[in-house]
Write a protein that binds this ligand. Structure first.
Ligand code: NDP
Length: 507
């Protein structure tokens, strides 16, 4: 629990971290309430599934319209509980509408039955079908950094798959999720999207009822969620923390690299799982790059109408301050920024140079507006240091040679690499988004697999030809029929003379 929100017995009071003003309250759902909500959703799900992808598309697109029509209001609610700048906050509704359109429009194609060919002529008498049937109830647990867009990434593909969804937002920022679900209800859509609010215990209760659990948040909490899911034997997806490296090669356009890394590190005040958190620069351009980066970062304006906003919580601001203070004490050079501003939870956009790899700003997830920079001898050292992390979410590479950039991408132990750009993959649902190493389990989005992850696969076989009363292997057993069956299987299972029960001739 943080100082920007407080807990009564049955409600959470949400405050704006930039101003301290009260923004609203939500109930704390106890396990019985979560169970009742889950049961209602599960009872409505079969009808939702029966609508098929095109029937569901109608409701998804009506919801998309509602979100766009209410985007200004959603943005103000977002600001009221996160302290984001208007610019950072306003992206969330539009990005969510974009994602809904993608899943609604592609669901029919992605969920279509597959008819795999028989692997052996013996089975050509059968018609094979792989059908996709949704998990009845998908639980989605989201963090506070993108209170509207994070549900926007995970809920639409689950609904498009035909699942019902129960959403549990962070205790810090539940009000945007209230809007998210209110939109669905206001358009009169079937009651297959629900909201449950509360603390970690409410999230735990949700896991007790979900058939699939999608979680975004810290690696520490993700581990607990995985254990709880394993105990219930339900599948899960985890999108966890990151410590994304940027590699600036000597041939890069340094202005673009500085501009892109500044944005990739400071967007949403650095509270993005795929923020640039470490910068490795080849020695020949190190000084020049640091000067350009510091100039760009030094110009960044904070505030409601500025480029970036406040930190979501005091606790988060304190982590950022600790990392900067520890780097400074260990001999790093703060080039610009370097401290909390004293207003709300704002922390000044910061560049730290002459950092070394042992400092906490390089080893722990900071999740704030800081860019520590290290000088490296060459690309091999950059790759070695970039990979020397328990995290593996994403990375950026900056170079004039696109092929070299793509080659380098394949040497990085991360789930996504943007060459000469930052964060762009996150906005493209055709691409998979997932963390390697301790940054996650599974992937979100990624075209068809982004919707199929919320589906159970069902294999169906049926005869192509008129059937007999019995089959070779059925009872009563007969040595002769068994020999015929095994002989036929062997013909297609083996190569050369082995097909006929003989060994290949030697020599
Ligand atoms: P958490 O991972 O603790 O919380 C994420 C979500 O999980 C919240 O909705 C939270 O609810 C819920 N939750 C907490 N405990 C449980 C549990 N035992 N079972 C089920 N759900 C649970 O994130 P924090 O807010 O504590 O942030 C800590 C750090 O995580 C940050 O400093 C940052 O480094 C990282 N982080 C990473 C994000 C990412 O996008 N990868 C996003 C946000 C944070 P509640 O809030 O009500 O406790």
């Amino acid at each position: 629990m943080t100082a920007v929100q407080s807990r009564a017995d049955s409600t959470i009071t949400v405050r704006n971290p930039a101003t301290g003003a009260v923004s609203g309250t939500v109930p704390i759902d106890d396990p019985a309430t979560v169970a009742a909500k889950a049961a209602q959703l599960v009872s409505a799900q079969p009808e939702w599934e029966a609508l098929g992808p095109l029937g569901r598309k109608r409701w998804l697109l009506a919801w998309q319209d509602w979100i766009l029509d209410n985007a200004d209001h959603i943005t103000e609610v977002l600001i009221s509980e996160t302290g984001k700048s208007h610019g950072d906050a306003s992206i969330e509704a539009v990005a969510t509408a974009d994602a809904i359109a993608y899943w609604a429009s592609h669901a029919k194609e992605f969920l279509a039955d597959r008819h795999p060919k028989a692997h052996s002529p013996l089975y050509r008498v059968k018609r094979f079908t792989t059908a996709y049937r949704p998990y009845p109830l998908v639980g989605v647990i989201t963090p506070w950094n993108f209170p509207f867009a994070m549900p926007g990434l995970d809920v639409p593909p689950a609904l498009a798959a035909g699942a019902a969804v129960l959403l549990k937002p962070s205790e810090v920022t539940p009000l945007s999720a209230v809007e998210f679900v209110r939109g669905w209800t206001e358009i009169g859509a079937p009651p297959v999207l629900g909201l449950t609010t509360g603390y970690g215990e409410t999230g735990q209760a949700l896991i007790e009822h979900a058939d699939f659990l999608q979680f975004t948040g810290s690696t520490a909490t993700g581990r607990k969620v995985a254990v709880a899911c394993a105990q219930r034997l339900i599948p899960y997806g985890l999108e966890l923390g990151g410590k994304d490296p940027a590699i600036v090669l000597a041939d890069a356009d340094l202005d673009r690299a500085a501009n892109g890394i500044a944005w990739g590190g400071l967007f949403n005040s650095g509270q993005v799982c795929v923020s640039v958190e470490r910068v490795y620069v080849e020695a020949p351009v190190y000084d020049q790059f640091v000067a350009k980066l510091a100039a760009r970062v030094g110009e960044v304006q904070q505030g409601h109408d500025g480029d970036t906003g406040a930190m979501a919580t005091e606790a988060q601001r304190d982590i950022v301050a600790r990392h900067v203070d520890e780097a400074r004490a260990a001999g790093a050079r703060v080039v610009t920024g370097g401290s909390a501003t004293g207003v709300g939870t704002y922390f000044a956009p910061t560049v730290i140079a002459d950092v070394d790899s042992s400092m906490t700003c390089m080893t722990e997830e900071t999740f704030g507006p800081t860019l520590p920079v290290i000088k490296v001898a060459d690309e091999n050292e950059a790759v070695r240091l970039a990979n020397d992390s328990p995290y593996g979410l994403s990375a950026t590479v900056w170079t004039a040679d696109k092929r070299r950039g793509e080659r380098l991408a394949r040497r990085l132990e991360v789930g996504a690499v943007n060459v000469n750009d930052a964060l762009v993959n996150v906005f493209c649902p055709g691409l998979p988004m997932g963390g390697w190493k301790e940054s996650g389990v599974g992937y979100r989005a990624g075209g068809a697999s982004g919707i199929l992850k919320y589906s159970r696969q069902q294999a169906i076989t049926s005869p192509r030809l008129p059937t007999q009363k019995s089959e070779l292997l059925w009872y009563p057993s007969s040595k002769r029929r068994m020999a015929v069956a095994l002989g036929a299987m062997r013909v297609f299972a083996a190569r050369g003379r082995r097909r006929f029960g003989r060994r290949p001739s030697s020599g």
